[in-house]
Design a protein around this ligand. Structure first.
Ligand SMILES: Nc1nc2c(c(=O)[nH]1)N(C=O)[C@@H](CNc1ccc(C(=O)N[C@@H](CCC(=O)O)C(=O)O)cc1)CN2
Ligand SMILES: Nc1ncnc2c1ncn2[C@@H]1O[C@H](COP(=O)(O)OP(=O)(O)OP(=O)(O)O)[C@@H](O)[C@H]1O
Length: 190
């Protein structure tokens, strides 16, 4: 099987698992936030979150916690298929409009280069292997951000049941620095 087909099969299985986890673990976003608070981050800067879509683990409590610690927030925007994501500033209460796949995005604003990126996961393994929605958006975005911000911290967020032994890896798959679930934080060695 070709690697994209392998990933598609795994994605289907893990989306089902994620759906059950989202229904069974209503407190997970809060415990995720507590776990994330233990990850060493730069003293200040901008954190890119996301608006939970489908059964993704909701990062909102974590974003509130980071905002209370003084971090600025931003959200990803699909500007065109095949292009890296852009990030626009956001704070709770600011207007959003429906973007690609009906995911809410900030209405307007200048592009921001975040220092920390929270990446929604479909699946992960303990060595930093990552499975996303399948658009390759974060794979295109993280290397570009790292070129501009060498100290970028990329943190994948997931329910613990989204872990598999090994996610098939292609050359252009962008690595994570940390994975945080409702149960633990996993530091990825470079
Ligand atoms: N919450 C959230 N925001 C995000 C992303 C994401 O994964 N999650 N993105 C990350 O790239 C970007 C948007 N890109 C996306 C690409 C695909 C799908 C998606 O769910 N697509 C189909 C399934 C595709 C398929 O047929 O396999 C779907 O709606 O079910 C969602 C977002 C930026 N914002
Ligand atoms: N840097 C890149 N440049 C061009 N194409 C890429 C790049 N990264 C990934 N792709 C392509 O995009 C498609 C989806 O990639 P992949 O399955 O790795 O996405 P994913 O793991 O779900 O990640 P993402 O969260 O980034 O969407 C694949 O066909 C892949 O070859």
């Amino acid at each position: 099987m070709d690697i994209d087909d392998e990933k598609a099969t795994l994605r289907k299985l893990l989306r089902e698992r994620r759906k059950s986890a989202r229904a069974d673990l209503p407190a997970a976003p809060e415990t995720l936030s507590a776990q994330l608070a233990t990850v060493p981050l730069p003293d200040s800067g901008t954190v890119a979150g996301y608006v939970a879509h489908g059964s993704e683990i909701d990062p909102l409590p974590a974003l509130r916690g980071l905002s209370a610690r003084g971090y600025e927030l931003c959200l990803p925007v699909v500007v065109a298929p095949g292009r890296p994501l852009e990030f626009r500033g956001w704070a709770e209460g600011l207007a959003l409009e429906a973007g690609e796949f009906d995911i809410p995005v900030p209405v307007a604003g200048d592009e921001i280069l975040p220092d920390v990126v929270l990446v929604p996961l479909v699946g992960f393994d303990r060595s930093g292997g990552r499975l996303g929605q399948g658009g390759g958006y974060y794979d295109r975005t993280l290397p570009r951000l790292r070129a501009a911000k060498p100290h970028l911290v990329a943190i994948g967020l997931a329910f613990s049941v989204q872990e598999v032994a090994s996610v098939p890896r292609a050359a252009n798959d962008a690595a994570l620095d940390w994975i945080v679930t409702e149960r633990e934080t996993i530091g990825i060695r470079p």
